[in-house]
Design a protein around this ligand. Structure first.
Ligand SMILES: [Zn+2]
Ligand SMILES: [Zn+2]
Ligand SMILES: [Zn+2]
Length: 321
């Protein structure tokens, strides 16, 4: 007898539901006995299987297996982003601030350091949410691939593409955002829910401290003013992102921190306006109502060693205009 799903394999085993022959690889534990791939996928016991059905079943099963196991290790996308960031930082070595505006390639490298740096920080931010959600009881983040630090998993059509375009059109830095879908009901308590919301910006803060350490160290001064100023600018962006994310606006992390502890009627009323949170945010940016976010970035950045002059150089060499 050969396996229904592997015509080239001999087997003595079979499905305890439909009786189709199947090799051990094509049988799954069931409450009683073992079920074949066709039964696992809900096919009728007597449904005839064409070779293309068999291929489809096997492919779907492989996908599900992979999704079930998930991975907690950084994937190749994260390593690629990290390598690109380090590579671009190194590539700033020969650049001089004075002549940078006349060297298009140098300019592209400078813009690249900021853009890839922001992608890296969004990755870390979303990973922060996902990792604490995992610790807090939402194991579903594993199967969603959130623990692989793969930016593609966090990219969101509106936050990662729509919003940056709006910001770009306004002449502001095209800040990309990301999103992870946390299954809140799986979290062990309201406090965990708060912690999960908070942990995104904790990652931004950690990244900011690393940047501050590099900017303040004499690894870079006076040899590489370009890189030092770019990292100082990236540091200010991190602080701005932290302040922005902590605004208690429905849809932003700051609201997520307090929401679990709001009286139910209040939370329900605010959740109803959540879809408009992004619109309110864009309106605030357009009206200059969020200038304080950048002010905070400059102030705290200054405390951390990114003085205004340095940040100014960074912002101008990485400007798209
Ligand atoms: Zn088989
Ligand atoms: Zn079966
Ligand atoms: Zn967040």
């Amino acid at each position: 007898m050969t396996c229904t799903f592997h015509p080239d394999r001999d087997t003595l085993l079979g499905c305890s539901r439909c009786g189709r022959s199947a090799c051990p690889e094509c049988l799954r534990d069931a409450p009683v006995g073992h079920h074949c791939l066709a039964c696992v996928q809900g096919l009728a016991p007597d449904q005839p299987l064409t070779p293309s059905d068999v291929r489809l079943l096997a492919a779907r099963d492989r996908r599900e297996q992979r999704a079930r196991t998930g991975s907690r290790r950084p994937g190749w996308v994260f390593h690629a982003v990290l390598a690109a960031f380090v590579g671009l930082c190194v590539a700033t070595g020969p650049l001089q601030v004075e002549v940078l505006s006349s060297v298009p390639l140098g300019r592209a490298v400078a813009v690249g350091v900021i853009l890839v740096g922001v992608v890296l920080s969004v990755t870390l931010h979303e990973y922060g949410h996902a990792l604490t959600a995992y610790w807090g009881g939402d194991r579903s983040v594993l199967a969603k691939g959130y623990l692989t630090l793969d930016f593609r998993r966090y990219a969101h059509p509106l936050l990662s593409i729509g919003m940056p375009l709006v910001f770009l059109a306004m002449g502001a830095l095209p800040l990309p955002g990301g999103a992870v879908l946390i299954e809140e009901h799986r979290l062990r308590s309201r406090a965990w829910s708060s912690v999960v919301s908070l942990s995104g910006v904790v990652m931004n803060a950690a990244f900011a401290l690393v940047l501050a350490a590099v900017v303040a160290s004499d690894v870079l001064t006076p040899h590489n003013i370009v890189l030092q100023s770019l990292l100082a600018y990236l540091l200010v962006i991190q602080v701005a992102l932290i302040v922005l994310n902590l605004l208690p606006l429905p849809g932003l992390d700051g609201y997520g921190v307090i929401e679990p502890f709001l009286p139910r009627p209040v939370a329900e009323a605010l959740n109803a306006v959540r879809p408009y949170g992004l619109v309110v945010l864009v309106a605030l940016v357009l009206s200059g109502g969020l200038d304080f976010v950048w002010d905070a970035g400059f102030t705290v950045g200054g405390w951390l060693g990114a003085d205004d002059l340095l940040v100014g150089i960074g912002a101008s060499v990485a400007s798209l205009r």
